[in-house]
Write a protein that binds this ligand. Structure first.
Ligand code: ADE
Length: 248
């Protein structure tokens, strides 16, 4: 008998993104881990675990740790929304994270700004193969939004425990990161924490983020409407394409 493949964890930030996937899940059974309801089953031929990360770095790290340590997931994929901060990264575009950094990590002067103490680095890489598969899944999933064909970008995602919601704030944040040699495409609140947990356990990780806002003064308004109308649809299509590819 072939060995049973370790399940892929699909972590979603928002219940709207998980709902469509859960409807398609076969043999779904729920398990409670660390106070979180997690769904185990299969999707498009792949053993899968669906979980909500909750919001913020600690909640997301706890979720990822529980899935790896208790359910033995072999890969982690994160789907969510983000604020676009890179040049040309527009609302409706998608960013595949090839690297992750915590923009609110600052243990200077003991360690260089952004470096995770005792890891000797600020940036964690996304898994190459998963990033490539996610990019292909995105290319096949996106539809025109407000008369524009969305673009798929690949690059650095910056995470922090803050909803970035101001033009001055975002300019300062990006300016500081660039001065330290980091050019982020998007900001969100979980990815780099999950990347760090996955690196600790040696589990391949990649995240895909649909851009809901530009992290400026109207970010909170753009965010809510976008999540309802676009992000949940994209998340489902991207994950479906990804899992179908992995089944081939
Ligand atoms: N997620 C979506 N938009 C965001 C923003 N502007 N800041 C942080 N996280 C986000």
């Amino acid at each position: 008998m072939p060995p049973i493949a370790a399940p892929i964890a699909i972590l979603s930030a928002l219940a709207e993104e998980q709902a469509g996937l859960l409807q398609h899940m076969q043999g779904a059974r729920d398990v409670v881990l660390a106070g979180r309801t997690v769904w185990c089953g299969s999707l498009w031929g792949q053993p899968v675990v669906l979980a909500l990360s909750r919001i913020g770095k600690v909640a997301a790290a706890t979720t990822a740790t529980a899935l790896i340590a208790h359910l033995g997931v072999g890969k982690v994929v994160f789907t969510g929304v983000a604020g676009g901060v890179g040049d040309g990264v527009q609302v409706g575009d998608v960013v595949v994270g090839t690297s992750y950094l915590q923009h609110d990590m600052d243990a200077s002067p003991l360690f260089p700004r952004y470096e995770i103490p005792l890891y000797g680095r600020a940036v964690f890489a996304g898994d190459d193969g998963m990033c490539g598969a996610l990019q292909a899944a995105c290319n096949a999933a996106l539809v025109r939004h407000r008369d524009r064909a969305p673009a798929v970008h690949r690059g650095l995602i910056a995470s922090g425990d803050r909803f970035v919601n101001g033009a001055t704030e975002v300019a300062a944040l990006v300016g500081r990161l660039k001065a330290a040699g980091h050019t982020p495409l998007a900001v969100e609140m979980e990815g780099a924490a999950v990347a760090q947990v996955c690196a600790d356990y040696g589990v391949p990780f990649a995240a895909v983020r649909t851009i809901s806002d530009r992290a400026d003064d109207t970010a909170h308004m753009d965010f809510s409407t976008f999540v309802q109308d676009v992000a949940s649809v994209y998340a489902q299509r991207i994950v479906e394409n990804l899992l179908k590819t992995l089944s081939k």
